[in-house]
Design a protein around this ligand. Structure first.
Ligand code: PEP
Ligand code: MN
Length: 348
């Protein structure tokens, strides 16, 4: 159950609600959602539901039979929207985040930023703290990388998105960048997700490459449970038996997630594909399936990139791809281009 309290409710009225929960031995978590105090209970109690109906200060008591109640679609049927300057994602707004895998030099980041901005990107990506599978691979420029991103953001106006891998890094990244990315390898690092919940900074949460959609949403739930609703979900491919591609992009995750949650859903075709030639097709499929945005790796000189050059588009390829994405969007149904399934899922 989600028990929502009316604004300006007296402390005494809130205490009465707490005592109803306590006497029924219902476990609950107290947080904020949509600017209101809410209690999220574990499980459903019809007694508590009945007792609460006549309580002062109660706004709603919703029964959501899913383990991700705050992320659940019914909490905000109109969908969530995240706005940072020109970067707007969700509620029919389509956003493109693009840039190199990793920050290498100021020149490389500035050139990437100018080129992707000219093609319609409103946010710049670039890793400063890199999660590398090998400990011997380039680990990122760390603080120096964050400073470069901040400088380029000031020059171009682009919003910046960059990864953090530990709670300390979340705090560091939040000082220099606009959006903190949590990568696939940390998608179920619950202490880290709790830090993201406490932070008052937007979070781009990638799907763990072996996570079900429900597990993915439960990871997002950790962030919302901490009172941070500014979350963008990112499908970036899952691990399957297929090895020809780096991961397998789950296109079905896009409409499925959009029917499960109010959070914006974007797609990273680059890490799913692992090779640049596949990135445009995956992007077009994602746009057509109703994604709220794309996160794409673009490098001015992919051949000499320090990381993920193979899957990085050149600025020219990116320009052509974004134009085609725009044309596909024009053909999507509805002004908002949000594809909500027209009927409930059939139970087998
Ligand atoms: C990235 O975006 O730089 C990245 C490492 O992605 P993922 O966590 O999806 O592998
Ligand atoms: Mn990369």
């Amino acid at each position: 159950m989600i028990i929502s309290i009316q604004p300006n409710t007296s402390q005494q009225a809130v205490s009465e609600i707490v005592s109803i929960l306590d006497s029924a031995k219902v476990r609950y978590h107290r947080t904020q959602f949509g600017g209101k105090h809410v209690f999220v209970t574990e499980g459903f109690s019809s007694d508590v539901h009945r007792l609460l109906q006549n309580t002062r200060g109660l706004e709603t008591c919703q029964v959501i039979d899913k383990p991700f109640p705050l992320c659940h679609f019914s909490m905000r049927p109109e969908g969530s929207v995240l706005r940072i300057r020109d970067f707007v994602v969700g509620q029919g707004n389509f956003a493109i985040i693009a840039g190199p895998c990793t920050v290498e030099t100021e020149k490389q980041v500035l050139e990437s930023a100018q080129r992707v901005k000219a093609s319609g990107a409103t946010a710049l990506r670039g890793g400063a703290y890199k999660p590398r599978t090998s400990p011997y691979a380039f680990q990122g420029l760390k603080l120096e990388g964050l400073k470069i991103l901040q400088k380029v953001s000031k020059e171009t106006g682009l919003v910046t998105v960059t990864e953090a891998m530990s709670s300390e890094e979340v705090k560091m990244v939040a000082e220099y960048a606009d959006v903190v990315q949590i990568g696939t390898r940390n998608a179920q690092n619950y202490r880290l997700l709790e830090t993201c919940g406490e932070a008052r900074v937007p979070i781009l949460l990638k799907r763990g490459f072996s996570n079900t959609l429900e597990e993915f949403l439960m990871s997002a739930e950790y962030i919302l449970a901490g009172g941070n609703e500014q979350v963008i979900l990112c499908e970036r491919g899952i691990r399957t038996f297929e090895t020809y591609v780096r991961y397998t992009l789950s296109v079905s995750a896009i409409p499925a997630l959009k029917s499960m949650t109010h959070l914006p859903v974007i797609v990273d075709p680059s890490h799913a594909a692992g090779s640049a030639d596949l990135v445009p097709a995956l992007s077009y499929a994602s746009v057509a399936a109703g994604a709220d945005g794309l996160l794409v790796e673009v490098h001015p000189d992919p051949e000499h990139a320090l990381c993920d050059g193979r899957q990085s588009l050149t600025p020219e390829e990116f320009a052509e791809m974004t134009q085609i994405c725009g044309r596909i969007r024009e053909h999507l149904p509805g002004a908002s281009a949000v594809l909500q399934p027209k009927r409930q899922r059939v139970a087998f």
